[in-house]
Design a protein around this ligand. Structure first.
Ligand code: GLP
Length: 263
């Protein structure tokens, strides 16, 4: 169930929702200009995030050159996940996605846009050092998340407990089908494994923002809004987080749900 510590924010359509999320992101990034020790930003990939990154790039283009330059020198983000076997130079990798949507437009280096190395020889070692490096830096400040159709966040597939940490995971058939759009809709090309931050690292973030847009997310959002934290719906662990925000557009809200009256 949506708890008192969770906040649900609904907007009429995707573009209004994106603009509101970017307001929050922009305010957060302004802290980088003022404070020396801001925690890393937690970033996600997927279709939901594309308009958010494009709006953010546009918003930042209105900053002064001096502020932008300062932001570029302080930027540090950690992505949630990467496919095993893919990396820089593979168009379908999350590394390429981040370079395309944020790295190139904002002139950020791969060292500032951290992402697990899906092509590491020692994948377990890579997962462990990625998680430890994040911990060493104090964990995530603001975490952005998309929602998988089966309730996964990052690539934390159900069943998944709250103690899970950065690791290698086998992807479910439904998740591979959901992501086949990036692989010319050919399921055989979708990797079977990924490296993902765990629920533990996500819950350690100071604030968590789950973005849910489009009618295909209606069923899973309804389940999330009505359930108690459980390993069967990994996103439900977020309901225990003291600063948890669900951002949804009206397409993602079940039509007869009373929350629609708040729009
Ligand atoms: C993917 C990714 C997540 C993403 C989520 C939702 O499998 N691992 O990082 O947020 O599922 O994807 P989409 O936004 O395309 O619906």
């Amino acid at each position: 169930m949506i708890e008192a510590s969770s906040t649900m924010i609904i907007r009429k359509n995707q573009s209004e929702l994106v603009a509101s999320v970017v307001d929050v992101l922009e305010r957060h990034l302004l802290q980088y200009l003022r404070d020396k020790h801001v925690k890393p930003l937690g970033l996600a990939t997927g279709r939901t995030m594309k308009p958010i990154y494009s709006c953010l790039v546009n918003r930042l283009s209105h900053w002064s050159n001096a502020d932008l330059q300062k932001l570029r020198t302080c930027w540090l983000s950690f992505n949630l996940d990467e496919y095993v076997g893919l990396g820089e130079g593979d168009a379908e990798s999350f590394r390429s996605y981040m370079t395309r949507h944020l790295g190139d437009p904002l002139y950020l280096s791969p060292l500032q846009l951290r992402i697990p190395d899906g092509r590491a020889n020692d994948l377990c070692g890579e997962a462990s050092s990625y998680g430890k490096e994040l911990e060493r830096l104090g964990g995530i400040g603001l975490q952005l998340l998309g929602l998988g159709n089966n309730g996964h966040i990052g690539f934390n597939e159900p069943p998944c407990g709250p103690e899970s940490s950065c690791r290698i995971i086998s992807l479910s058939d439904s998740t591979r089908a959901q992501n086949a759009f990036s692989f010319q809709e050919d399921l055989d090309n979708v990797p079977k494994q990924a490296i993902t931050l765990g629920i533990q690292e996500i819950l350690n973030a100071d604030e968590v923002h789950l973005i849910v847009t489009g009618s295909e997310k209606k069923d899973i959002l309804q389940k999330l809004m009505g359930c108690s934290p459980s390993e069967h719906l990994p996103a439900s662990w977020l309901l225990k987080h003291p600063n948890f925000y669900i951002w949804a557009d009206s397409d993602a809200i079940p039509p007869k749900h009373p929350i629609n009256e708040l729009i």
